[in-house]
Design a binder for this molecule. Structure first.
Ligand code: GTP
Ligand code: MG
Length: 280
């Protein structure tokens, strides 16, 4: 069972709830490799009254067609969705236009009174999806701390993006009951769950099986192995790479780390695991 809901997330959830009444709009950050798995069921009722922009981030690592399907699915009257790669300069800028559109009424109300208002935006999402990186991209500077592991941001941080926009960075949050273990595994593959609490070998076996079912050739072309179950793939990767222990036994722990790392870095191709027709 994969389960991760440390104390700092309980605190973060409380902070998020308290600050929701102060904000006009939500930027909800999803990882393009598993957008559906990044949707926290606990947020739905909390954010129902607010306009939402789904930022489908790390898009350069995902599958274009599947991302386009998610953008279409997530876009409604009060909600918009945009694909971006926040590590690329200015890639997050379309968010500013969407904020202006979705908060147009408030901006107009104040403008008609001759007052300039500041829109307040909360950035939400599971850990490691790129929330802080998106804020830095919008500001054009490193105002928030980012890092390639889950749980980098620990407290709230208001950041002024420009004269009319302030954004609140929040710690990545999961939910107490990760009862759907397929979702839990996908969150683990993308680095939203602390690696220290995961069984790397088990995780790599299930990733190999998911990849085999989705695009078996991505494993064959990178590692020159073919297999039908996860354990055989990991063993094959270890042998193909020469990861051997004394006595010639395959170093499956090392092969497991290599597979997960390659997936996270996009070395297995552009992959989006969640598919609209399968998830909804
Ligand atoms: N490849 C890729 N990496 C990205 C992108 N955006 C962010 N990252 C990387 O993803 C990692 C996590 O980014 P953060 O901005 O710290 O993520 P966060 O959502 O704030 O994470 P927490 O604060 O832990 O919840 C960092 O290593 C970023 O450089 C992107 O568009 N593409
Ligand atoms: Mg952060």
């Amino acid at each position: 069972m994969i389960h991760w809901y440390p104390g700092h997330m309980t605190k973060a959830m409380r902070m998020i709830e308290e600050n929701l009444r102060l904000v006009d709009i939500i930027v909800y950050v999803l990882d393009a490799r598993a957008p559906y798995s990044c949707i926290n069921p606990n947020f739905e009722s909390m954010i129902a009254r607010l306009p939402v922009i789904y930022a489908v981030n790390k898009a350069e690592l995902g599958d274009k067609k599947r991302i386009a399907d998610w953008i279409e699915y997530l876009s409604t009257d009060k909600r918009r969705a945009v694909a971006l790669s926040a590590t690329t300069s200015k890639s997050a800028m379309p968010i500013l236009g969407l904020i202006r559109t979705l908060c147009g009424e408030k901006i107009e109300k104040y403008r008609s009174k001759g007052v300039r208002t500041t829109i307040k935006c909360m950035v939400l999402g599971v850990p490691n999806t790129g929330k802080s990186t998106i804020i830095n991209n919008l500001c054009g500077s490193g105002k928030t701390v980012t890092g390639n592991k889950a749980g980098v941001t620990r407290g709230k941080q208001w950041v002024r993006v420009n004269d009319t926009l302030e954004v609140l960075d929040t710690p990545g949050t999961l939910y107490p009951k990760l009862s759907d273990q397929r979702i839990a595994r996908r969150l683990a593959y993308i680095g939203s769950i602390r690696d220290e609490i995961l069984d790397g070998y088990e995780l790599a076996c299930s990733l190999a099986e998911e990849l085999h079912n989705l695009h078996s050739d991505c494993l064959a072309s990178r590692y020159k192995v073919s297999a039908t179950d996860g354990a055989d793939y990991i063993e094959g990767i270890a042998r193909a790479r020469g990861y051997l222990l004394r006595g010639g036994e395959a170093d499956i722990e090392r092969a497991a780390i290599a597979l997960i790392d390659d997936f996270r870095k996009g070395k297995l191709g552009n992959i989006t695991l969640d598919d609209v027709s399968e998830c909804i």
